[in-house]
Structures are given as structure tokens and as C-alpha cells.
Design a binder for this molecule. Structure first.
Ligand code: PGA
Length: 260
């Protein structure tokens, strides 16, 4: 039955700390010029600019009736309160944000995000009516020590704790080996495909197969126009989280327009 499930590919551009709001408008416009209606029929296309550019991106997308979806790169787990510098999930939902990246390895590494925080953020994003893109992935050291599977499965378990199966159906999980991010050294597609399969099996254990078969599992880490099709050819990989290459509309459009 699982074999029959159609998952629409999801390709997300994670702009990280790049682009002011004026640059963001141009990037969204350029991307839109390069995509055709059938591209959006095949693939769900999302860009995740920095917080300061979300409102501008939202306005240009709405005014020009673009089919580009809007994502954010993080959200706090509380709805409001004394958390200087933070942005809440309801604030993002109000900007027509649909997807929120949570637990990116850069946040785990540089900002001390724990699995518990990632879980709280994922739940806050769902409570606000958006879909979390939950990032997991092992470091080079963990990979060399043969711990990659255990680390990733533990991260998935922790991130999904106490989330109801039905809510989870709209979520995505991005497998992003830390050593592959921004290095030009992508994972072997076979390895990434196998990890995606293990992640789906874990989601099945925690929910049921209909939820697990519907959830989208993305690969991230040095995705390019040259390698995207090798990842998308894997049965359990349903999209990509793209960093560097998403900053150039030509390159990002070429990734969206992959053909197997
Ligand atoms: P990269 O980043 O494509 O530049 O490797 C991916 C990510 O961090 O999501």
C-alpha cells in the first residue's frame, strides 16, 4: 500500500543569513521568472529568507500571484513573552509563512539548540498551523565512529516526541549530514536514500504507516543542479533543503527543474 503513496517533492531554499529585504525581492522575482506553471505542478517550491525579508517576500509573492511558498528559518517555542530577540510561530503564520525550518545543525552547533528545544519548536510551529521542516544529521566524527544511524534516529525520536500522528503528516524531515553542509561534499545518494528509509521506518514505529508514507523526507548538504536528480531518484527522498545554491536564482531554478 505504501508503494502507492504519491508524495509531491518539496524543494526549499534556505537562505541562511543572506539577503536584505531589497535583495530578497529581486531574488524572488528572478526565481519566479525562471519557473513555469508545470514546475509548480511537479514540485512544491519554497524559499526561506531571513526574518527581516519575510514581509517583503510575502508582498511580492502575493501581488504577483506567484506560486512560490514562504518559509522561515526558525521560530521560538513560546507564543509571546520576555524573550528578547526571538520571533514566535504565530508571528510567522501571520506573514503567510507555511514552513518553518527547526533544528538546523547550525542552530544546534552555534546556538546550543537541544533536541528538547527542537521538539518544542516543532510543536509550536504545528500549533500555529504551519509545517515544520525538522533537520537531523550526524557530524563527521559521529559518522567516522559508526554512529550515524543511532544519532539520526535518536534525533528523530526526540524531535517527534508527543506530536500526534495526524499533525505530523504535514511535517517534513530533512536529513542533512553536518559534514555535507556548505562543503561541496554531498552524501552518496545511496547512503542518503538508505538513511531516509530508516527515518521513515522510525516514523512508522512512532505513528503508523499511512502517516509515515505521507511525510516528506528531504536531503540537504551541497545539493546542486548536477546532483539533485541522483537524490530524487531514491524512493525515500522526497525533496531537498538547499543552502548555497538557493542564493542564485538560476541555480535554484535548475534544481527545481531536475528531471530523473
Ligand atoms: P548547503 O546547505 O546546500 O549550502 O550545503 C544546506 C543547508 O544547510 O540546509
Amino acid at each position: 500500500m505504501g508503494e502507492m503513496t504519491e508524495r509531491k517533492p518539496l524543494i526549499v531554499g534556505n537562505w541562511k543569513m543572506n539577503a536584505n529585504h531589497l535583495e530578497a525581492i529581486q531574488m524572488v522575482q528572478k526565481l519566479s521568472y525562471r519557473l513555469e506553471p508545470e514546475d509548480y505542478d511537479r514540485v512544491e517550491v519554497v524559499v526561506a529568507p531571513p526574518f527581516t525579508a519575510l514581509r517583503s517576500a510575502q508582498v511580492v509573492i502575493e501581488q504577483d500571484h506567484m506560486r512560490i511558498g514562504l518559509g522561515a528559518q526558525d521560530a521560538h517555542w513560546k507564543e509571546s513573552g520576555a524573550f528578547t530577540g526571538e520571533v514566535s510561530a504565530p508571528m510567522l503564520a501571520k506573514l503567510a509563512v507555511q514552513h518553518v525550518i527547526v533544528g538546523h545543525s547550525e542552530r544546534r552547533q552555534h546556538f546550543g539548540e537541544t533536541d528538547e528545544m527542537v521538539n518544542a519548536k516543532a510543536r509550536a510551529v504545528l500549533d500555529a498551523g504551519m509545517s515544520p521542516i525538522i533537520c537531523v544529521g550526524e557530524t563527521a566524527q559521529q559518522k567516522d565512529a559508526g554512529e550515524a544511524d543511532d544519532v539520526v534516529i535518536q534525533q528523530v525520536k526526540a524531535a517527534l516526541a508527543r506530536i500526534e500522528g495526524r499533525a505530523l503528516a504535514s511535517s517534513a524531515i530533512a536529513y542533512e549530514p553536518v559534514w555535507a553542509i556548505g562543503t561541496g561534499r554531498n552524501a552518496m545518494p545511496d547512503d542518503a536514500g538508505e538513511m531516509a528509509e530508516r527515518i521513515r521506518a522510525q516514523v512508522t514505529d512512532m505513528t503508523d504507516s499511512s502517516v509515515a508514507e505521507g511525510i516528506r523526507i528531504l536531503y540537504g548538504g551541497s545539493v546542486s543542479a548536477g546532483n539533485i536528480k541522483d537524490f530524487m531518484a531514491k524512493r525515500h527522498i522526497d525533496g531537498a533543503l538547499v543552502g548555497g545554491a538557493s542564493l542564485e536564482p538560476d541555480k535554484f531554478a535548475a534544481i527545481v527543474r531536475y528531471r530523473i
